[in-house]
Design a protein around this ligand. Structure first.
Ligand code: AMP
Length: 275
């Protein structure tokens, strides 16, 4: 698979607009005047067509600005609530990668009551890292699936330790880019305790910064059991403990991004880093 992502304009965006016939000079005789009127009408019609064609072309250009012809295997890293989940929505939309969130996989395993889920639950609730062997086995299996091979992948929340990064090297899996979102700790705590998610769509909201639509959606939103201040401080501790190992593993591929700004601006910086 090619690892280089390119933005490709469609043929429609490259098509130039046709030239418009010039409006003729008005002549003195009635015949000439009638001829001029007809000429004028056809020029107006052509002008109208031209405007419509230009509008269509501009619409197509807007719609295709982020059409990408090749995937770029990506790791996104950052502290809890640094915006990884939110930014992954945009990355998937723009680049069509297969999103692999280890947090989501583990929560699904807990819900389904699998052995891995049972082994993971107490670590997750305490804000601790799940043992490497549990999560490495899950990720190895997932990366072997067809959609990762055909579309490329976006690893969200993995690797989180040096041992996990080594495991990727062992199976010959290497990212093209590693995005690191940086946000100050106190902002992270605020984001964590107010975070809510919609179990039906997976969309992430915040009680103050980005409230869920009132009514049905807001009513069904839930708070993660590990989104407490205490568990968040514990998760932050593990994050900083392992950050150096990740920086060392991906020193040549890591792009540091200020995640403490408007999410659209963060998204723009990410898109730039990925093309
Ligand atoms: P997240 O949704 O990424 O914040 O992950 C939620 C929880 O799942 C973490 O606090 C850990 O307990 C566990 N977890 C997710 N990814 C990993 C990983 N790569 N290694 C160990 N534990 C993980």
């Amino acid at each position: 698979m090619s690892t280089r992502a390119t933005i490709a304009p469609t043929r429609a965006t490259m098509r130039s607009t046709r030239s418009v016939p010039a409006v003729g000079r008005v002549q003195s005789s009635a015949k000439a005047s009638m001829g001029a009127k007809v000429q004028m009408m056809s020029a107006r019609k052509a002008m109208g067509e031209r405007v419509q064609m230009k509008a269509r072309s501009q619409q197509t250009a807007r719609a295709t600005r982020f059409v990408v012809t090749a995937a770029k295997n990506t790791i996104i890293a950052g502290a809890p609530a640094s915006g990884k989940g939110t930014q992954c929505e945009g990355i998937v939309e723009n680049f069509g990668l297969t999103h692999i969130s280890t947090g989501d996989m583990l929560r699904a395993a807990v819900k389904a009551g699998t052995d891995a889920g049972k082994a993971a639950k107490e670590f997750m609730d305490a804000g601790k890292l799940v043992p490497d062997e549990v999560i490495i086995a899950m990720v190895k299996d997932r990366l072997g699936e067809e959609d990762c091979k055909t579309k490329g992948w976006l690893l969200d929340g993995f690797p989180r330790t040096g041992a996990q990064a080594d495991a990727l090297v062992e199976i010959g899996v290497s990212p093209d880019v590693v995005l690191l979102l940086n946000v100050p700790d106190e902002e992270l705590i605020k984001r964590v305790v107010g975070r809510r998610s919609d179990p039906e769509t997976g969309k992430i909201y915040h009680v103050d910064y980005f409230p869920a639509p009132a009514g049905e959606v807001a009513d069904r939103c839930i708070q993660r059991s590990d989104d407490t201040e205490e568990a968040c401080r514990s998760r932050l501790g593990y994050y900083y403990e392992n950050l150096e190992a990740l920086k060392n593993a991906y020193s040549d591929k890591m792009v540091s991004i200020d995640g403490n700004q408007d999410k659209a601006l963060v998204g723009e910086l990410i898109a730039k880093a990925m093309v």
